[in-house]
Design a protein around this ligand. Structure first.
Ligand SMILES: C[S@@+](CC[C@H](N)C(=O)[O-])C[C@H]1O[C@@H](n2cnc3c(N)ncnc32)[C@H](O)[C@@H]1O
Length: 263
């Protein structure tokens, strides 16, 4: 199952980078209300829930019901954590100024209309609340090469299932909706290593929700791939550059109104 495959591999790749991001910049506080948008199998939601307990809570939202069911099953003992089906256009608390933090780890590049997503996030945050987004703003070469060489028949279809938008445009979406950017930077923050060809193929399959068809991968294509990237273990760390964005919904300025009142 792609969802189980994702859960196993995500603990290495997504979890490590996500935790680092949370610890270094996101800075959740006890009592915070957090939305983990695109929570996948919920490992980082569970970590966030621990950081904000006892009064704070986390809502994990994902459109992939299989991943969400695994999340519910795996983290059912955590009292301040709930998982609800949804997506960036329709999620628990949307438009209700409910959250202190909206967190997205490696989700933005799966969202087709990112401008709309920023609009929805803005209306769902409390004043002074923040978005914390870790994403990839280009298709990483180690994935592009694999699709090109191993599954050329479906290369375009698989590539087009994600929506990589460059950092400058993402920053523009963010500011257009009224956010103030606190940090927007690149980070080469995690090791991306696979011990074998099989491990890498399995990861591709699960990360593309089963759309990466392993049946198309012949022995001959594997040899071509190895000629391009070298023999396993693979270390794709230097090719894996992430983008980190933290931005705040400004508090309404009361001083301007006060001055108006005096006139
Ligand atoms: C790479 S996974 C990251 C999962 C999780 N955040 C983590 O760090 O392990 C991307 C997730 O985004 C979800 N996703 C795809 N499109 C989405 C959308 N429009 N809104 C919210 N989540 C979406 C996918 O179902 C998937 O679980």
């Amino acid at each position: 199952m792609a969802a189980e495959g994702y859960q196993q591999s995500s603990s290495d790749v997504q979890m490590e980078g996500g935790k680092l991001f949370i610890q270094s910049i996101v800075d959740p506080q006890p009592g915070d209300a957090i939305l983990d948008l695109g929570c996948g199998t919920g490992e980082l939601s569970a970590y966030l829930a621990e950081l904000v307990e006892p009064e704070g809570f986390v809502v994990g939202v994902d459109p992939d019901v299989k991943r969400l069911n695994l999340a519910k099953e795996s983290h059912r003992d955590i009292k301040n954590l709930t998982f609800v089906e949804g997506n960036s256009d329709n999620f628990e608390g949307m438009g209700c100024e409910k959250y202190d933090i909206i967190f997205l780890n490696q989700v933005l590049h799966w969202i087709p209309d990112q401008q709309q997503a920023f609009k929805n996030m803005f209306s769902s945050l409390k004043e002074g609340g923040k978005i914390a987004i870790r994403y990839t703003d280009h298709f990483p070469p180690y994935i592009a090469t694999a699709l090109e060489v191993l599954t050329p028949e479906i290369e375009e279809r698989v590539k087009n299932s994600s929506y990589h938008v460059d950092k400058v445009s993402v920053d523009r979406f963010c500011v257009t909706e009224g956010f103030e950017i606190v940090k927007s930077c690149y980070a080469n923050d995690i090791k991306v290593e696979f011990q074998s060809v099989d491990a890498y193929l399995k990861w591709l399959w699960s990360t593309f929700h089963g759309k990466f068809d392993q049946n198309l991968v012949t022995e001959e294509r594997i040899q071509q791939f190895l000629t391009r990237v070298g023999n396993p273990p693979f270390d794709f760390t230097t090719e894996n550059v992430n983008t980190r964005l933290v931005a705040v919904k400004p508090k309404e300025r009361t001083d301007v109104h006060d001055e108006d009142a005096e006139l």
